[in-house]
Design a protein around this ligand. Structure first.
Ligand SMILES: Nc1ncnc2c1ncn2[C@@H]1O[C@H](COP(=O)(O)OP(=O)(O)OP(=O)(O)O)[C@@H](O)[C@H]1O
Length: 267
C-alpha cells in the first residue's frame, strides 16, 4: 500500500512539473526554472556530502528564491492556475464561457479576407473553454460587439492598437493590442515570423482558435491545438472554424500544414 502511495505521489509531482514545463516552454521562465532545479540538486548534493557552509549558503539562496519566485513567475503562475481552473468541470459549469457566436465567425472571416487583400497583418484570438485572462489583461479593454469595421479599424496600421492581437469571447471583442506568449521552441518555416509564432504558441498552450493574417503575403492561417493551417481562403477558414467549434473535443499534435482550398497536407 505504501509503495502504491509513493508511486501515485511521484506520478502527481511529475504531472505538476510536466504541466509547468509545458506552460513555460520557450519562455524566459524555463531558464529560471532550470536554474532553480540546478540549485536544488546542488543543495541536495552538498548536504549529503556534508559540505556544511556550501549547503547553508545554497539553503539561504533557495529561501530567498521561494519569496521571489511568485513575483518572477507571476504570469506563468497565473496561466498555470487558469489552465488548471478551466479543467475543473464544476468551475467550467459555473463559469460557463459563452460559445463563439456563428455571426462572429462570419464577421471575422469577412474582415480577415479584406485585411488580407489590403496586406494588413492581423492576429485574432477566439477564446473557448480555457480562460485567457492574462492575454486580455496584456492589451486594452474594448468590450464591443464584433463587427467588421471595428475589426478592420483595430488592425489599421495607423491605429494605436494595431500591434498585437484582438481577443474575442462569445460575440464581443474583449481587448485589443494583446500580447500572446511566444514559444521559441516551436519550429516554424523560416518565412514565418513572430506573428505566426505567437498565434501558434497560444494555440498550443490553450484551446483558443487563432486567425493570423500575414502582412507580408496576404495569406490567412488558422492555429488550433498547436497546428498551423496555412494559405486558407475565406471559405475554407469559415468551414474550419465552424467545424472546430462543433468538434471542440478534437485534439491534434503540433505541426504546420499547407492548405489550398480543397487539399490539405501535413508537413
Ligand atoms: N507575442 C506577440 N503577441 C501579439 N502580437 C505579436 C506578437 N509577436 C508579434 N506580434 C505581431 O506581429 C507583428 C510582427 O510580425 P512579424 O512580421 O514579425 O511576423 P510574421 O509572422 O512574419 O507576420 P507577417 O507575415 O505579417 O509579416 C508585430 O508588429 C505584432 O503586431
Amino acid at each position: 500500500m505504501t509503495k502504491f502511495k509513493s508511486i501515485v505521489d511521484i506520478l502527481l509531482v511529475g504531472l505538476i512539473l510536466f504541466q509547468m514545463f509545458k506552460i513555460m516552454r520557450g519562455t524566459k521562465g524555463i531558464f529560471l526554472l532550470n536554474g532553480v532545479l540546478i540549485l536544488y540538486l546542488a543543495y541536495i548534493g552538498s548536504s549529503s556530502l556534508g559540505l556544511k557552509s556550501l549547503s547553508t549558503l545554497l539553503n539561504w539562496i533557495m529561501m530567498m528564491l521561494i519569496v521571489a519566485l511568485p513575483i518572477i513567475f507571476q504570469n506563468e503562475l497565473k496561466r498555470f492556475l487558469e489552465s488548471l481552473g478551466s479543467k475543473n468541470p464544476i468551475l467550467k459549469w459555473f463559469l460557463n464561457p459563452p460559445p463563439i457566436a456563428p455571426q462572429s465567425i462570419d464577421i471575422v472571416v469577412e474582415a480577415a479576407e479584406s485585411l488580407a487583400k489590403a496586406r494588413i497583418g492581423a492576429l485574432i484570438v477566439f477564446e473557448r473553454e480555457d480562460r485567457l485572462t492574462v492575454v486580455g489583461e496584456s492589451g486594452s479593454p474594448i468590450d464591443g460587439v464584433v463587427n467588421k469595421v471595428l475589426v478592420e479599424q483595430l488592425f489599421y496600421p495607423g491605429s494605436p492598437l494595431h500591434d498585437g492581437a484582438i481577443l474575442i469571447k462569445g460575440n464581443r471583442i474583449q481587448a485589443a493590442g494583446c500580447f500572446l506568449p511566444l514559444d521559441n521552441g516551436l519550429s516554424l518555416p523560416q518565412e514565418l515570423g513572430s506573428r505566426h509564432r505567437a498565434g501558434l504558441s497560444l494555440s498550443a498552450q490553450s484551446d483558443a482558435l487563432v486567425v493570423v493574417v500575414s502582412e507580408e503575403t496576404g495569406q490567412i492561417a488558422l492555429a488550433c491545438h498547436g497546428r498551423l493551417e496555412r494559405n486558407l481562403s475565406g471559405e475554407s477558414l469559415r468551414f474550419r472554424l465552424r467545424e472546430l467549434i462543433e468538434q471542440s473535443t478534437e485534439k491534434a499534435g503540433p505541426g504546420v500544414s499547407q492548405s489550398g482550398d480543397s487539399k490539405m497536407e501535413v508537413s
